[in-house]
Ligand binder design. Structure first.
Ligand code: BDP
Length: 689
């Protein structure tokens, strides 16, 4: 059990009577498979059933009918497939038969995975009826992978894309990657880093891109690239990349036409422009809409689209970084081509352990948003800490923007229903590398899985998804399922508590972002920690209300009212929006200082408990994965203590108040933590030994 099989293990069903009942419901398969996609679907179904129940000879049930509505054996059932669209599927019973039906072979493939999931999670088949289609059309992974195989914020080894050997050698595991993506409904992949390199647009690389696209296509996965805005200069020999310059327009048009000769179903571009040193239209006095539209117009005839990132902040610091994307993009609303979507991170700063939702959601009625989530744990312990992210994503998806009255949640902005947008997309920054188990931490795969499931259906709960993943990954034994689910579901709050509780943010070590660095105050202010926590003898927190930066003013009045006072805002966002005295009395009746200390401590304690819970599973799951998680939990506990101790030692220099009962005072003086150089941590770009 090295983890390579992810959640697609198809181990024999241990419960003999259940296996028997499945065998008596499922007989031979009837399917017509002509396309590559249909062949993959059928092979998957056979492989899954063989693994779970044994071969066809063992199965005694009626025929399992599989196919599209126009296949004869499905057509005669007269099923209503009209609501399923291109990708949806129907699992149902028709008299004695079980049926997997869809409008397209792609839908059948998704249906097959869903059918196998029913068995893997041991759900009854008697009244089987699942009818579903995705709420968001484009469900993409964003790989922050470089052509040299390093990965921005790398976790889990090197990039899975072996550019050196492409297009001649197509790694067999590319199929397994695509298969895993398809199993959760991911239908697009951006192959290259947002900090992009124009080289990928050269013909030699487009051949490689084409080889990947050909491999992924039958799994329903479209390929996308990041576009470097200055490519016309860097590889095109032009003097300028000004988006209004006719030669630049011609260059991009030709380049995009050329891409489609290699990849006829190329999806389009993600662009990071005028952000953190990346080139962009503003370098030529143009705005983001002019930049995005240049690419969008050239992609439109081919059906491609642009995801233009909202993660922008000036090199000249004009206002609270929280406010900048909103300021820039709200004024451009209505100016983008229809095939442009603004790709917006869940929060306005940068993938912090917890952020309030980005105020841009709901603020651009004319322009759709691609929600960008980070699957990789840049600020949450990399591939070393156990953190299940679905509860955090759920929090964002369910947040109410009030853009069109109550219930205008971020999920509904993104799925197009609030403003009636046709172009809908959601992206997750991948946590996948060339480690044998794909994600490094054996539990990291839960986030890949959860991302796909939520992208398909944002109404699924993080609990349901955790339940599915656990059963498919570790089996259905009740103690295993209950224990792992509890660990997963509490893990996000836990990492928040031991690192950046009560709305604290951006207090990590500069560079690798793995450990604490609340003292960091050097260089560009909005890259420091002190800019964000503002700790002093007077208290702590960022005043973002009208008396401070007024970033809060970018939200709807209902949100302003809720978050506008320390009494009405939830504690989890408190110091994000308010600067408060150390003795401020919290809802719990404790002082802010005491609550802060106790929250840090509870995060650490919870990691210790996770270790015990995991130990209790020894013997109930395979030794190989058990040992790896056990070891990682030990390190997570050390790291959590270090985080807590470093932060408390530092904040104590301002608060000057005693540590409350129940809190272990930091083990060492502050200088120890400040001088402790963490080496060999994940996610350190450019790290060299
Ligand atoms: C930050 C990362 C940086 C990325 C940037 C981005 O630290 O490496 O390039 O986001 O999203 O979280 O562009």
């Amino acid at each position: 059990e090295d983890g390579y099989r992810l959640w697609l293990r198809y181990e024999p069903i241990a419960d003999a009577s259940l296996a028997k009942s499945y065998r008596s419901s499922i007989g031979p398969i009837e399917a017509v498979a002509t396309s590559d996609t249909a062949k993959i679907a059928l092979a998957e179904l056979e492989r899954g059933l063989e693994g779970l129940l044994g071969g066809e000879l063992k199965r005694t049930g009626a025929t399992l009918l599989v196919g599209t509505g126009d296949a004869k054996h499905i057509a005669k059932l007269k099923l209503d497939l009209s609501g399923l669209g291109e990708e949806g599927y129907l699992l149902t019973r028709h008299k004695k038969n079980l049926v997997i039906a869809a409008n397209t072979d792609q839908g059948v493939l998704y249906g097959v995975f869903a059918f196998l999931r029913q068995l893997q999670t041991q759900r009854p088949l008697e009244n089987l009826h699942v009818e579903t289609s995705p709420k968001v059309d484009h469900r993409l992974l964003n790989h922050w992978d470089n052509l040299t195989r390093t990965v921005e914020r790398s976790m889990a080894g090197a990039s899975i894309f072996n550019w050196f050997d492409l297009p001649y050698y197509v790694e067999p595991y590319y199929h397994d990657y695509a298969r895993a993506c398809a199993s959760v409904g991911i239908n697009g992949t951006v192959l290259t880093n947002v900090n992009s390199n124009a080289t990928v647009l050269r013909p030699q690389f487009l051949e490689k891109v084409a080889a990947l696209a050909d491999t992924f296509r039958p799994y329903g996965i479209q390929v996308y690239l990041t576009a470097r805005f200055s490519a016309p200069v860097e590889i095109g020999g032009l003097e300028t990349a000004d988006p209004l310059d006719p030669a630049v327009i011609e260059w991009w048009t030709d380049k995009i036409n050329e891409i489609y000769t290699y990849v006829p179903d190329f999806g389009g571009f993600v662009v990071k422009a005028n952000s953190e040193g990346q080139p962009g239209p503003q370098s030529y006095g143009r705005d983001h809409a002019e930049g995005a539209n240049l690419l969008a117009r050239a992609l439109a005839p081919h059906g491609g689209f642009v995801m233009w990132r909202a993660f922008v902040y000036d090199f000249e610091i004009k206002e609270d970084r929280h406010k900048q994307a909103y300021t820039e993009f709200t004024q451009l609303d209505g100016q983008f081509e229809p095939n442009v979507s603004i790709q917006t991170k869940n929060g306005a700063i940068d993938f912090m352990p917890r952020e309030p939702f980005h105020p841009l959601f709901g603020a651009t009625p004319e322009t759709p948003h691609t929600l960008e989530l980070q699957i990789t744990q840049e600020y949450m312990g990399g591939d070393i800490h156990l953190v299940y992210l679905a509860p955090m994503w759920e929090e964002t998806l369910e947040a109410d923007t009030f853009a069109r009255g109550a219930g205008s949640t971020v999920a509904k902005v993104v799925d197009g229903s609030v403003f009636g947008h046709e172009l809908t997309a959601i992206a997750g920054v991948a946590n996948i590398g060339n480690e044998r188990n794909w994600t490094g931490h054996p539990m990291g795969a839960s986030n890949w899985y959860a991302f796909g499931r939520l992208a398909w259906d944002h109404q699924l709960s993080s609990q349901e998804i955790a339940d599915e993943w656990t059963r498919m990954t570790f089996g259905n034994a009740p103690d295993v399922v209950a224990t792992i689910e509890e660990m997963l579901l509490e893990s996000h709050q836990t990492v928040v508590d031991y690192s950046m509780p009560l709305g604290l943010h951006h207090i990590m070590y500069p560079g690798h972002h793995y450990g604490p660095g609340p003292w960091h105050d050097q260089g560009r202010p909005d890259w420091t920690s002190t800019y964000y926590h503002n700790a002093s003898e007077d208290g702590i927190g960022f005043d973002r209300t009208a008396t401070g930066s007024d970033a809060l003013g970018q939200y709807a009045p209902e949100v302003v009212e809720k978050w506008g006072t320390p009494e009405s805002i939830e504690d989890k966002y408190l110091l994000w929006f308010h600067h408060l005295d150390w003795d401020y009395e919290m809802k719990s009746g404790k002082t802010l200082w005491n609550e802060l200390c106790l929250t840090y401590q509870s995060g650490v304690d919870r990691v210790a408990e996770m270790g015990q819970q995991w130990d209790s599973l020894q013997g109930s799951i395979d030794a190989q994965r058990h040992a790896r998680v056990a070891a990682l939990l030990k390190r997570q506990l050390e790291d959590a203590k270090f985080y807590k101790d470093a932060c408390l030692a530092y904040f104590h220099t301002f608060s000057q108040r005693p540590y409350p009962a129940g809190v272990n005072a930091p083990e060492y003086p502050l200088e120890h933590y400040k001088n402790f150089e963490l080496y060999h941590v994940p996610g350190h770009p450019g790290e060299q030994w």
